[in-house]
Unconditional design. Structure first.
Length: 219
């Protein structure tokens, strides 16, 4: 250990990375985790599984109230409206609570969080945020990024052509939403905005998409 800063360095603080880092530390290894996001948890906790489920749940309740499903059960709502900022706020609160929980576990188990993008400069050397660190064992848990489409510029800030992260952050319900890809992510986000009032078209090259999406489908 005299030759290395850490026994274990994990690159990436998503569900694979942060669990590996915490477990390594619990086993008595001096451990660090490099993460370039401002918060821990990776795509799943920040802009994927957790926030999408929060929006799915909220939009389902809205849809049941707006389209009479609750009224059939005797729950009548005389006047209702969509408060999208509040709905987005509960999504952000869920993310904040869970990512903060991971940060607490890092501190509790003495995992060092190296903030910044990690780059290999040698077999056992990594540069993170301008700092060079060494580790006897390095775990790569970087996950993946959205694949760009040739000739298509994603502009999440503009709110017109967005990736899955941008689709979570829309500040108003789109009149018509075209979802390219009929996989889990596309159908979840398409379902959210369809329930809130958007017309949704799913474009998918396969013969079928996952069940449960009632928007228009074009192959």
């Amino acid at each position: 250990m005299a030759d290395f800063d850490y026994d274990v360095l994990v690159i990436g603080a998503g569900p694979g990375g942060y669990v590996a880092a915490i477990r390594a530390a619990q086993l008595g290894l001096k451990t660090a985790c490099a993460e370039s996001r401002e918060t821990l948890g990776g795509t799943c906790l920040n802009v994927g599984c957790i926030p999408s489920k929060a929006m799915l749940h909220a939009s389902e309740l809205y849809d049941e109230a707006a389209n009479g499903a609750m009224a059939k059960l005797g729950v009548k709502i005389d006047s209702m409206s969509l408060d999208l900022p509040t709905m987005q706020g509960q999504r952000l609160d869920a993310v904040k609570g869970l990512t903060g929980g991971i940060e607490f576990l890092f501190k509790k188990n003495k995992v060092t969080w190296l903030k910044g993008l990690a780059s290999f400069t040698g077999a056992n050397t990594v540069e993170v945020g301008g700092q060079s660190v060494t580790a006897k064992n390095i775990v790569i848990a970087t996950g993946s990024s959205v694949t760009p489409l040739p000739g298509v510029a994603v502009d999440n800030a503009g709110g017109r052509i967005v990736d899955s992260t941008g689709a979570l952050e829309l500040d108003k319900v789109p009149g018509h939403l075209v979802v390219v890809g009929g996989g889990v992510i596309g159908l979840e986000l398409g379902s959210v905005w369809r329930r809130l009032g958007a017309k949704v078209t799913v474009v998918e090259y396969l013969d079928q998409i996952l069940p449960g999406m009632d928007g228009e489908v074009r192959k």
